[in-house]
Design a protein around this ligand. Structure first.
Ligand code: NDP
Length: 452
C-alpha cells in the first residue's frame, strides 16, 4: 500500500473480508462492484486518496434492535430488527424493509450497499439504506403481522424521517405491512409525513408504485434488445418468483407480446407450456397475494402445467430470463445452462439473484445481461417520485408517471451504455456500466464534502 492508500483489488477485498467475517452476501456485493470500479479509478488519484470505495463499503451506521410481540396464543415472541444506513451523500437514505426468516446483517448490508448505486443511477436525490427483521410472515394472522409491524416501528421511528431515511417494501413487506407501520409512525410522532413509500393511494401513495419494479425490469430488457435491433415480441421467457416483482414482469411481457412459461416460489417452480396469460396471472396474484397460497397449486387450476418441487426454472429452454425471487438463485451452472439453451438476455428483477460465478459466465458469453441495480431501479425511482408528491402534497396522473418510468429506465440504460462500452466492439457490459455510472455521482459528492 502507498501513502495515498493505493491498494490493489485483491488487497482491498482482503480488507473487506477481514472486517466483515461471515458476511458472505455483503462481501460478494462489494466484490462485484470493486472489480469494475478499481479498473475505472486506476488513474484517478483523488478517489484513492480519499478512500472513496472503502468508505462506501463501510455503512454510515447499522442499527440493530429487539422486536417483541405477542402471538395469537399469547406467547411472547422475540425477533431481531435492523436498519442499515449505508450512504447519504446524494440524498436521504432510501431502501426497502424485508421480513423473511433468513434475514441477517450480511443480507441487509449487501442490499443497502447495492441500493446506494441503484439510487444514484435513477438520477434522483436518494442515498442508500435497507432494513428488515428475521420475522417470517408466512402462516401469521393479520393481527400478528400488525402487532409485529407496530413493535418494529416503535423502535425504527427514532432512526427514520422524510428527510433522514425513507423505507419502503421488499420481500414479505407489501401494502398491508406498510399500512401498519405508517399507522404506528403517525401515532407515535403525531406527524403525517412521507416517511415510508409504497403506501396505499388513500394516504399518500403514488400510482404505479406497485407495478414499477417489474415493469421497469422489462423496459430495461426492451431497451437492451432495441439497441441490437431485437424485441420482446414472440420471445419465450422464464421468470422466477411469484410476488410483486415477478407478477408485474409477467404482466408487462404479456402486453409486449412475449410468452412467460414459468413462475416459482420457495417450494419450487411451475412450467406452463401454453404460457401464463393475463387471465392465469390474475389467478396467481389472487392466490399468492390475497390468499397467501403456494405456486404448487397452479397445476390444480391449469392442467397442462407441471410443478417441479424444490427446483429453480433455469433448465427450461428460453430466449429471455428474468430472475425475480431472491439473491443467489442463479449459480454458475444455471447461467451456463441458460446460455447453452440459447438464452440471449437476462434482466434481474431481484437484487443480486446471480452469484459471482454466474455473473462471470454471462459476461463471458457476452449476452445482454442487466444487473439488478440497473434493471430493478424502477421501483425506487417511483418511490422517489412518491416522496416528491408527498412533499408537495399533490398526486400526479397515471399517464405522467408511466412516461416518467419509461424515461428513467431509458436514462439508466443509456448511462450503462456510456460507461459499459468496450473499445472496438458493439458489446455493452451493463454490469460495468451500472457500477461505474452509479459510483461516479456518489463519489463526486463525497469528494465535495471532504473527509466526513
Ligand atoms: P415478494 O415478497 O412480493 O415476493 C418474493 C417472491 O420470491 C415470492 O414468490 C417468494 O416465494 C420468493 N422467494 C423469496 N425467498 C425465496 C427463496 N429463498 N427461494 C425461492 N424463492 C424465494 O417480494 P418482491 O417481489 O417485492 O421482491 C422480489 C425481489 O425483488 C427481491 O430480491 C427484492 O429485493 C427485489 N426488489 C423488489 C422491489 C420492490 O419494489 N418490491 C424493488 C427492487 C428489488 P415464497 O412466497 O415461497 O416466499
Amino acid at each position: 500500500m502507498t501513502d495515498t492508500g493505493h491498494v490493489n483489488l485483491e488487497q482491498f477485498m482482503e480488507g473487506v473480508k477481514r472486517r466483515n467475517p461471515g458476511q458472505n452476501e455483503f462481501v460478494q456485493a462489494v466484490q462485484e462492484v470493486a472489480e469494475d470500479v478499481f479498473d475505472f479509478i486506476q488513474d484517478k488519484n483523488e478517489y484513492h486518496e480519499y478512500q472513496i470505495l472503502r468508505r462506501i463499503a463501510e455503512p454510515d451506521r447499522v442499527v440493530s434492535f429487539r422486536v417483541c410481540w405477542e402471538d395469537d396464543n399469547s406467547n411472547i415472541r422475540v425477533q431481531r430488527g435492523w436498519r442499515v444506513q449505508n450512504n447519504n451523500a446524494i440524498g436521504p437514505y432510501k431502501g426497502g424493509i424485508r421480513f423473511h426468516r433468513d434475514v441477517n446483517e450480511s443480507i441487509l448490508k449487501f442490499l443497502a450497499f447495492e441500493q446506494t448505486f441503484k439510487n444514484s443511477l435513477t438520477g434522483l436525490p436518494m442515498g442508500g439504506g435497507k432494513g428488515g427483521a428475521n420475522f417470517n410472515p408466512k402462516g401469521k394472522s393479520d393481527h400478528e403481522v400488525m402487532r409485529f409491524c407496530q413493535s418494529f416501528m416503535t423502535e425504527l421511528y427514532r432512526h427514520v424521517g422524510q428527510d433522514i431515511d425513507v423505507p419502503a417494501g421488499d420481500i414479505g413487506v407489501g401494502a398491508r405491512e406498510i399500512g401498519y407501520m405508517f399507522g404506528q409512525y403517525k401515532r407515535i410522532t403525531n406527524e403525517f409525513t412521507g416517511v415510508l413509500t409504497g403506501k396505499a393511494l388513500e394516504y399518500g401513495g403514488s400510482l404505479i408504485r406497485s407495478e414499477a419494479t417489474g415493469y421497469g425490469a422489462v423496459y430495461f430488457l426492451q431497451d437492451m434488445l432495441a439497441r441490437v435491433g431485437n424485441s420482446i415480441e414472440g420471445k419465450s421467457c422464464v421468470v422466477s418468483g411469484s410476488g410483486n416483482v415477478a407478477t408485474h414482469v409477467v404482466e408487462k411481457i404479456n402486453q409486449l407480446g412475449g410468452r412467460v412459461v414459468t413462475l416459482s416460489d420457495s417450494g419450487g417452480f411451475v412450467y406452463d407450456p401454453d404460457g401464463i396469460d393475463q387471465e392465469k396471472l390474475r389467478w396467481v396474484k389472487e392466490h399468492k397475494t390475497r390468499h397467501r397460497g403456494r405456486i404448487a397449486d397452479y397445476v390444480k387450476e391449469f392442467k397442462n402445467a407441471e410443478f417441479y418441487q424444490g427446483m429453480r426454472p433455469w433448465s427450461v429452454k428460453c430466449d429471455l430470463a428474468l430472475p425475480c425471487a431472491t439473491q443467489n438463485e442463479i449459480n454458475g451452472e444455471d447461467a451456463r445452462t441458460l446460455i447453452k439453451n440459447g438464452c440471449i438476455g437476462v434482466s434481474e428483477g431481484a437484487n443480486m439473484p446471480t452469484n459471482l460465478d454466474g455473473v462471470h459466465a454471462f459476461k463471458g458469453a457476452k449476452i445482454l445481461f442487466a444487473p439488478g441495480k440497473a434493471a430493478n431501479a424502477g421501483g425506487v425511482a417511483v418511490s422517489g417520485l412518491e416522496m416528491s408528491q408527498n412533499s408537495a402534497r399533490i398526486s400526479w396522473k397515471e399517464e405522467d408517471l408511466q412516461q416518467l418510468l419509461v424515461d428513467i429506465m431509458k436514462q439508466i440504460h443509456d448511462s450503462c451504455v456510456e460507461f459499459g462500452g468496450t473499445p472496438g466492439s458493439e458489446h455493452i457490459d451493463y454490469v460495468r456500466g451500472a457500477n461505474i455510472a452509479g459510483f461516479i455521482k456518489v463519489a463526486d459528492a463525497m469528494l465535495a464534502y471532504g473527509v466526513v
